[in-house]
Design a protein around this ligand. Structure first.
Ligand code: S3P
Length: 447
């Protein structure tokens, strides 16, 4: 059945301010951690997307009371190892790798069987990365070849672990840290640098005894488990991974500018800004503030016709992991060759994003050289698309969909883009915000 939206005109110039919805990583962490607190927690500006709703619905099934109030969500935490539910409970993590993997850690002290399932995209993803460390704690995990469904049964006799996390995966690090909360003694993770929201919440919201030492390429985190903590309130800042699509849209649009206020500006998330500054994009960061250990800032962007390609340092990879698709699109319009190495983790996301990016760029007339772990993009500053482009993204990857919309609105062509519902994972009002900026989007072929 035909079920696509069409875009066949460029976005007219705009000069606007936008509110970017709450950060997904912080929203999921707040739901998981507030659920295990003692007493009440409130979150303002919680992201209301399917990934976060999966977390809320699952916590409710685990016996946690969660209310949606007028301007906030309220959770009545059950304390550590306090979930209560029938045996063989089924939980659906939907499309969310973050929620599914962190949940496995949060179930460490829960001694009933919980079966975790997900959608077709999540069911293809690898769970060995969390199964390995979690089993060391004494958690029982059953999977078929490390894929979903996963049955997790925690233990009353958990033992603390020392683990070397070598992928630079915040999901793995956080699953371990969540398990450590329920485990007596000191858990130690030697982790390649990755986003640090869990550690910041532990320290600044939960007062968990956590020691952290930073080295050049890794850090050592030590957590004392079994420390109950009180409920905490959180005002979730905007998600830089969502802002990324509007940053790119504005750079590529004609004579436009945008301001996005109160966006999470955590150092471990701003690879896109560092890369785009090197590419000579016009981006201004103002009003940087500290909020519970997180940085938040206002991001202003103006259009620029003189992007240059980038030889991207490997050290920026984990900081930009969710933004690479849209960065690649910007490289297509930049002068010169852009090179990215050490990026095979992109193949482990909601879809194989390295393959999707290469296929997309080729379809719009850009030469690329795709290897297992790298991508070269031969930019063309005069790039204009003049043909019909059909984007079917069979694993329904939200970021592939959003990147395609940005391309259609700035590079021309006649686009048919399928899988609109994918945006519900992370950015349900994405199309409304595009329309607010003046984008013409034809919905007549959407069911
Ligand atoms: C996330 C970590 C990243 C990122 C994902 C969100 C998190 O995954 O891609 O969208 O909230 O911890 P990895 O840590 O597996 O790279």
């Amino acid at each position: 059945m035909k079920n696509y939206l069409s875009i066949n005109s460029l976005i007219p110039s705009f000069n606007k301010a936008l509110n970017i919805p709450g950060d997904k990583s912080l929203s999921i962490r707040w739901v998981l951690l507030a659920s295990q607190a003692i007493g009440k927690s409130k979150a303002y500006n919680l992201l209301e997307s399917d990934d976060v709703i999966s977390a809320i619905v699952s916590m409710r099934k685990l016996g946690v009371k969660i209310l949606k109030k007028k301007d906030c969500y309220e959770i009545n935490g059950v304390g550590l190892s306090g979930f209560s539910h029938k045996n063989n409970l089924n939980l659906d993590a939907g499309n969310s790798g973050t929620f599914a993997r962190l949940l496995c850690g949060a179930l460490a002290g829960n001694i009933m069987n919980v079966k975790v399932t997900g959608d077709p995209s999540l069911s293809k993803r690898d769970f060995s990365r969390v199964v390995k460390p979690l089993e060391l704690f004494g958690i029982s995990i059953k999977t078929t070849r490390n894929k979903m469904p996963i049955t997790v049964r925690g233990s009353k006799f958990l033992r603390p672990i020392f683990y070397k996390e070598e992928k630079g995966s915040a999901q793995v690090k956080s699953a371990i840290l969540l398990a450590s909360l329920n485990t007596p003694g000191q858990t130690i993770v030697k982790s390649k640098i990755s986003r640090n929201h869990t550690e910041l919440m532990f320290k600044n919201c939960l007062n968990i005894p956590l020691k952290l030492k930073k080295y050049k390429n890794y850090e050592i985190i030590k957590v004392e488990g079994k420390t109950n903590y009180k409920g905490f309130n959180y005002n979730i800042p905007g998600d830089i991974s969502s802002a990324a699509f509007f940053i790119a849209l504005t750079i590529l649009a004609n004579k436009s500018s945008i301001k996005m206020k109160n966006v999470n500006y955590n150092k471990s998330r701003i690879g896109i800004i560092e890369i785009l500054k090197k590419m000579k994009a016009k981006i201004k960061i103002t009003n940087i503030k500290n909020y519970k250990g997180e940085k938040v800032a206002d991001i202003s962007v103006t259009s620029s016709k003189n992007l240059i390609g980038i030889n991207c340092p490997k050290s920026l990879n984990t900081k930009s992991i969710d933004e690479f698709l849209i960065i690649f699109l910007l490289c297509a319009k930049a002068k010169g060759i852009s090179k990215f190495i050490g990026i095979s983790e992109l193949r482990q996301k909601e879809s194989d994003r390295l393959k999707m990016a290469a296929r997309f760029l080729k379809s719009i007339g850009i030469n690329v050289d795709e290897k297992f772990d790298s991508l070269k993009i031969y930019g063309n500053p005069n790039l204009k698309i003049k043909k019909k482009i059909i984007i079917k993204n069979f694993l329904k990857d939200h970021r592939v969909f959003m990147m395609s919309c940005v391309a259609a609105l700035t590079l021309g062509g006649d686009f048919e883009i399928y899988d609109k519902n994918s945006i519900n994972s992370s950015f349900p009002n994405f199309l409304d915000l595009l329309k607010k900026l003046g984008a013409k989007i034809d919905n007549t072929h959407l069911n």
